[in-house]
Design a protein around this ligand. Structure first.
Ligand code: NAD
Ligand code: ZN
Length: 248
């Protein structure tokens, strides 16, 4: 086993309050593109404009059309080895929380119980006017079948927006606070598949270190935090997760 991987597995085995911080890279092996890799969603500027807070306000129906280009992928996706590793570490009592930037729900699908979705999710939504709460899956099916163009509130007919933090939106405060608390108490942070450049989410590895935790970064590309980490593994998350699982 290469030295960094060996060091990482030892750290994981010895830790009791691990917090994982995952980005879009943990789901690419499930077939969901990330933002910044080649072929990632950032390359589609029109899509990015529609998927913003102002895009939703100007043309919510176009927002839903655009997100349905991505959502079928998300509906069909299955958790990866890395998602399963985190659920297993939690079940063994070694991991206290998964903090994720992802909105795909794959951590829950893998069996993780404590998941802080700091950028929200697509499963639930609220009326932009009266704040009535909705489960979104029926709306998505109706849009895909061409029955509706835009989910409308049954109480006031205003558009219903998924509970996802779009560009220009605030983060869900309560979830963010709990993510910071878990980070302050962890003994090891695993930063998995994130470019660590979206703020304030990318503050979390720094918070972990300043409270005495170790940091392991697993990512295909370098990040600005590599110099602060105890171990950096530049490779595929699937290979990493399978190696760690075998060593447990
Ligand atoms: P990002 O696209 O900025 O970075 C992903 C990183 O993962 C890249 O550095 C890439 O090199 C690395 N990576 C990709 N596949 C990998 C693999 N198999 N193994 C190891 N590393 C791999 O994503 P981010 O940091 O999460 O931030 C961007 C934003 O994108 C977030 O706000 C998130 O909400 C959103 N997003 C979410 C999803 C999703 O829910 N699956 C998908 C796309 C974007
Ligand atoms: Zn309403």
């Amino acid at each position: 086993m290469p030295a960094p991987l060996e060091k990482a597995t030892t750290l994981i085995r010895e830790s009791r309050r691990i917090v994982a911080f995952s980005g879009a890279g943990i789901s690419t092996e499930a077939g969901i593109p990330d933002f910044r890799s080649k072929g990632g969603l950032w390359e589609d500027e029109e899509l990015m404009a529609l998927m913003s807070s102002s895009g939703f306000r100007h043309d919510p129906a176009a927002f839903y059309q655009a997100s349905l280009q991505m959502l079928p992928n998300i509906h069909r996706a299955k958790p990866t080895a890395a998602h399963r590793l985190l659920a297993e570490l939690e079940a063994r009592g070694q991991l206290t929380a998964v903090i994720t930037q992802n909105i795909d729900g794959l951590h829950q699908a893998a069996g993780s119980q404590t998941v802080y979705e700091i950028h929200g999710n697509f499963r639930t939504g609220h009326c932009v006017n009266c704040r009535a709460a909705y489960k979104m899956s029926d709306f998505y099916r109706q849009i895909e079948l061409g029955e509706i163009k835009l989910p409308a509130c049954i109480k006031c007919q205003s558009p219903v927006k998924p509970d996802v933090a779009l560009f220009g939106d605030l983060l869900p405060f309560d979830v963010w606070d709990r993510a910071v608390e878990a980070t302050q108490r962890c003994d090891l942070m695993l930063a998995l598949g994130s470019s660590l450049i979206v703020y304030p989410a990318a503050e979390l590895p720094k918070t972990a270190i300043s409270h005495g935790a170790k940091l392991i970064i697993v990512n295909r590309e370098p990040t600005d935090y590599d110099a602060m980490a105890s171990v950096v593994i530049r490779g595929q998350l699937g290979d990493f997760a399978r190696a760690v699982m075998d060593s447990l």
